[in-house]
Design a protein around this ligand. Structure first.
Ligand SMILES: C[S@@+](CC[C@H](N)C(=O)[O-])C[C@H]1O[C@@H](n2cnc3c(N)ncnc32)[C@H](O)[C@@H]1O
Length: 282
């Protein structure tokens, strides 16, 4: 039986033929470490150790799944968002690093609220709600999603990160129709249906369609969410939304039409507007 380092090399060679040759080595190593329950530092020190026979077959199976395009996060079932550990399954969108801009912006604005009431619409894995609850232990957080399976994962992630808050199943803000909030935050589905064919296999074939698509122009959810958010905010409260590439003009129009003021966009490192933020006038 060859040593672990040879398995990494063999795995890398296999994944170089797959959809992400650039990440072949990293993925091959991640899959092996996942099976062994060890970290990279351990592998560096123990690359000459032998892989138990039963794990050799499991390793080949994991490599094949990755070779076929299954996202590495679904295979290992784990990832980090905002420095916190999250469980991810095919029921939830894999949280993206860009969404951390949304968390940052809300944390900045929430600093002046003694007990911010926050609702995360379309919570998915709970990434945004858990990160906010973790950083703002005094906040009253509510997480909503249309999917019960998704909410089960979000609940698990809250527990895992030692935070507790309310989870509600339903359409957008319908489950909290009678309530008012200081912050309505959301990373809703915003991919145009017409872009489906342009998405990578990893996204198109493996991530939940409910988390991705929002009508032909990608704006269908914002069109309903933005006016509903205005009504559900306290005067002076904020809406913060992740937006898709090229959507800032349409979002400005929707926010203005609903009565929002102080509209601003947070750009990513490439200068692309990623988060729209606006205030309900006092
Ligand atoms: C883009 S994902 C975002 C997940 C998570 N907030 C994140 O940032 O990683 C959108 C989420 O919205 C949920 N969703 C889609 N339509 C919805 C609706 N009408 N009402 C509530 N949630 C909805 C989906 O189930 C999915 O979990």
């Amino acid at each position: 039986m060859p040593p672990l380092s040879s398995f990494v090399l063999e795995g890398t060679a296999r994944l170089r033929l797959g959809p992400h040759p650039d990440r072949a080595r990293q993925d091959a190593e991640t899959l092996l470490l996942h099976l062994l329950g060890k970290n990279t530092a351990w592998l560096m020190a123990h690359g000459d150790k032998l892989l138990p026979d039963d794990l050799s077959l499991s390793y080949s199976e994991l490599l094949e799944r990755r070779y076929c395009g299954e996202p590495i996060q679904y295979i290992v079932g784990e990832m980090e968002f905002y420095g916190l550990p999250f469980r991810v399954t095919p029921d939830v969108l894999i949280p993206r690093p860009e969404t951390e801009y949304l968390v940052e912006k809300v944390l900045e604005l929430a600093a002046s609220f003694p007990v911010p009431r926050i609702v995360d619409v379309g919570t998915g894995s709970g990434a945004i709600a858990v990160a906010l609850a973790h950083k703002l232990p005094h906040a009253a957080v509510t997480a909503i999603d249309l999917s019960a399976a998704t909410l089960a994962i979000a609940r698990e992630n809250a527990k895992r990160n030692g935070v507790a808050f309310r989870f509600l199943e339903g359409d957008l803000l319908a489950p909290v129709a009678e309530e008012r909030f200081d912050f309505i935050v959301s990373n809703p589905p915003y991919v145009p249906e017409t872009d489906r064919a342009t998405l990578s296999v990893e996204v198109r074939e493996y991530e939940p369609a409910l988390a991705l698509f929002a009508g032909d122009d990608g704006l269908e959810v914002y069109r309903r969410l933005i006016p509903a958010a205005f009504d559900a905010l306290t005067p002076g409260g904020f809406v913060a939304l992740e937006i898709g590439y090229g959507q800032s003009v349409a979002i400005t129009e929707l926010l203005t039409r609903s009565g929002f003021e102080q509209i601003e966009f947070v750009p990513d490192l490439q200068g692309i507007p990623r988060v729209a933020c606006a205030q309900r006038p006092s």
